[in-house]
Design a protein around this ligand. Sequence first.
Ligand SMILES: [Mn+2]
Length: 343
Amino acid sequence: MTPSAQQDNGRFHEPPVVAEICNVIRTNDQFLIVGHGRPDGDCLGSCLGLLIILREMGKDVRFFTPGPIQDFFHFLPRISETITQHPQIRPGEIILYVDCGDLERVDEVFKPEGFIINIDHHLSNAYFGKLNWVDTEACAAGELIYRLALALEVPISRDAATCLFTAIMADTGGFRFSNTDRVTFEAAAALVAAGADPAAIAEAVFESRKPQAVKITGVIYQTLHYEFGGRFVWNELRRELYELAGGDEYEPEGLCSDLRGIAGVEIAVLFHETPEGWCRIGFRSKGKVNVSKLAQMLGGGGHHNASGAYIKAPYEETRDRALEVIRQYLREYFETPVGTTSL
Ligand SMILES: [Mn+2]
């Protein structure tokens, strides 16, 4: 648990930047919330939760992500108001990036001028804002928005609670990942008290797989590549596989995380061939294997146990280069003498 999240009599001792962010929120009227491309449950839940909280304070708020937004997220309150086209910044509008490690995580084109606030929990955060609240111990951006609401001393409505609970549930893999701690459950309990329905949200997020996505999953599971005695597993989603199932919209959600769940596997990597023929990589690890570092070596970023990279270069040679980087890293990592790590 982060020192900034230490609680005393139900209050968090937040870093000074949180009071500055509260002050900017209280003294301004127009806000644009920005979430990253290919938004996940934490991105959408934290951004929409913040939108609802600010609306309830009487603010004029918009939410932009370039998308695409997976169908199963349409249960989220206010999701229909999401803007997916580049918005014009209004004079005096405050720009709130949430769950974005860097500006490029949104897309390559959107680089707004203005007062930027950066609220995030990625290890690789680039501190690109005028105000930066980066708490890498927070399990989800949704936890930070919950704590922001406490700092603002505003009530959390049922709709906001639904969004923030979804964010936390998604980024902790249903309260299972190593980022899950006491604060996670305290936030979750408070959000349930505010009206979030855990079973309904879990069903919407984890039990809404499309048959086409399951078909892709089946092929991936049957053709896994194991290396380092089963400690490293990888596979790839080539264009043919997407086309077999009907296109990119059926990308299996959480597949890379599920590969990490194989006994003996410490690192799972999933390569995707994009429609342009480029390479997107998902990394998941158990324990001490630092996939944030690996992703950064390949131009991406993320968390200690979950990260990604998007490399705009021809797929096959990029995959091969990435595999060499990963193997070299694992050779060094796995050969570290016992006693210097807790393996
Ligand atoms: Mn997140």
